[in-house]
Design a protein around this ligand. Structure first.
Ligand SMILES: [Zn+2]
Length: 80
């Protein structure tokens, strides 16, 4: 585990897989922006577009959506 991975693990949000029980992904932030350890994010940078608090437009995965909601943000899926 490198330094960036360690800090992501320590400060990131652990989100349980929607598909595989017992599997968790880590949603975190690095110099490229928001990150998640799931395949959807690693391959496509996330299949979803979200509007956060009616203001911020972001692309991400379902785990990032849930992590934002857990922190009290209002998240709407955007279909583009
Ligand atoms: Zn994800």
């Amino acid at each position: 585990m490198n330094d960036r991975e360690l800090w992501s693990k320590l400060l990131g949000e652990e989100i349980e897989s929607f598909t595989y029980s017992g599997t968790t992904y880590t949603v975190a932030v690095d110099e490229t922006g928001g990150t998640c350890t799931c395949m959807d994010f690693r391959i496509r940078k996330g299949s979803w577009h979200f509007v956060v608090n009616d203001e911020y437009h972001v692309q991400g995965c379902k785990h990032m959506e849930l992590a934002l909601e857990k922190r009290g943000f209002k998240v709407k899926r955007e279909f583009i």
